[in-house]
Design a protein around this ligand. Sequence first.
Ligand code: ADP
Ligand code: MG
Length: 696
Amino acid sequence: MEITRDTPLTDFPGVGEARARKLEKLGLSKAGDLLTWYPRDYEDRRKVHTIRDAPLEGRVCVAAMAAEHPRLSRVRKGLELVQVKVVDNTGALHLTFFNQSYVERAIRAGEEYIFYGTVEVQGRRRTMVNPIFERAGTQSVTGCIMPVYRLTAGISNHLLASLVRQALPCAEGISETLPQRVRQARSLAAAEFAVKNIHFPQDEQALDLARRRLAFEELFYLAVGLSFLKDRRDQGGGGLAVPPRPKEEFLALLPFAPTGAQSRVMDEVAGDMASGRPMNRLVQGDVGSGKTVVAAYAGWLCAGSGCQGALMAPTEVLAEQHFKSLSTLLAPAEVRVGLLTGSMTAAEKIKTRTALARGEIGFVVGTHALISDGVEFANLALIVADEQHRFGVAQRAALAAKGGEDTPPHVLVMSATPIPRTLALIIYGDLDVSVIDQLPPGRTPISTYVVREDKRQRMYGFVRKQVAEGRQAYIICPAVEENPDAALPGEESPALNLKAVKTYADKLQKEVFPDLRVDILHGKMKPREKEAAMSAFARGETQVLVATTVVEVGVDVPNASLIIIENADRFGLSQLHQLRGRVGRGQHPSHCVLITATHSLEAMERLHTLASTTDGFKISEEDLKARGPGDFFGNRQHGLPQMKLADLTGDMRLLSEAQEAARELLEADPCLAAPENRPVWERVRRLFADTPDIFN
Ligand code: ADP
Ligand code: MG
């Protein structure tokens, strides 16, 4: 069969309808897709051992000859055994295969094979169960460096590797995807070599070369795209100069004194806004560090010079909350604060829109509704994006476009996810960064416990105790409804036994806390219901709130002192840290209980990492290492293309080389108009397809 990049996987031997569907889940439908399905790891199977010298630890390759014809026996219905003795001049090895009757025909007495598996000693015998094997000299799954792929249920690594191997010939003579000059100047391997060796490297050196080349390529295109973005901004007109006002006047509005860090960041913001150039600043501060105050300050400055500011929040719950606190805070300063969310009635929306268009509202708080068409500002001068990682780069740009043509608004981005420096450099390469590295005084640290199912009753007792003391508790579940079929992304098996908000809350109310007020909050509720649930909890009317991660971002109920996270292993570390930040916001000692039934040591280790530190930066670095930057921001919501190979925690050198190469290229040909650079332009455009504003 002649395989081209467009050959559908159903044409491959062994791929039927069912498997094709499963492969589809991984985004693999054509031969070409396999080429860029890079391994996540490798197994060195190059060393081939004799039977006696084979280590008893881990899986190893053993070369041996079949000493007999394999014996097939049916132990009982549904259980078939194939047994065969293999030998070399150092000893014998007894192989057992479960339910692989084909082995009876596949192994022939007198032939040499390489077996890959775990050698065990049983009495005086050496044994191996279900080894992978092939004829000696074949070197397709033994005696080589073997790729380890990301998988899905029903697709084994063995199958995937064999598909990739079959698809590999279509990498032959693939066109070069990096400009010749870039490749030569940095001694990068050719595309064909790289693709072949990323899957089946000849040796470590070839693998290094391949990886370097492909990672460079990803970073290079990312850098070119981001340069476009930055250039567009730089070429924009000057910003509106917002004159400074006496800071004491603002501080007088606050019920507390700002921390040193808050104060410093406020000065930086005021400096930016007065400079006459548009502000592009990222404020990073861990959960509870008090970022809202900085936003309020910027809004107050803005309104003071007769301009408008807009604060964009990722959820309705959060928008409402900001609206309330900012209205109260800024009322004495006679700044009118408005609200605009998707769930408001048409009449309410029109009212806000009209007031915005007339310039009557000084500071508007809203959700994505703020970007929708039909929202006009009289003179928008400031955009604050709260918890920015939930917004794509595109959304930030769309809002910025609502400012006047000549005077782009000041942009303030606030993030509670402490972004490791490397990543910040890429994603926010175009922003100045301020860090609020100090928590307001008087916070009691949150104690975190990792517990298993056997402590469940004790845990419920603890909820009771907290409530008896007048406190409130969150219980977080990973799912809304019970749905045994719903496999979570990247999950190998269906997500069984996940606690689901609705059924679990019912059960808690009926069986565990009949005397307490239990309520629910999840993303599928109508906005009005959400708002009602959230404010009942904020007022202390509800004692136990069973919720999904909708409470993850920013929600502030200081009386809540306990958060329980069910199926805690299902969440990323940064997300757990965010969730934990929902408590410990008042003077009460607070607690976070991570309950899990996982058997994975790795998952337990991650949970214990969280229990051992409250340092958001440390946690996010760990998270980044464990899960990669794609997951880090959840579903590509950052609006940046996914990196397949480039390790954004470690490839710092490569990253700056790629940035340098991008800069050189764009200096020589700013619009990538030269014929030899058109492919680069095309590729960047495809890469940033979700961020179309870059190319307007
Ligand atoms: P985040 O950075 O997570 O958005 P918030 O702005 O919601 O934090 O602030 C968390 C809580 O801390 C709020 O209740 C806020 O009123 C309070 N707060 C903020 N700054 C101070 C401060 N300097 N002193 C005391 N409390 C503060
Ligand atoms: Mg916040």
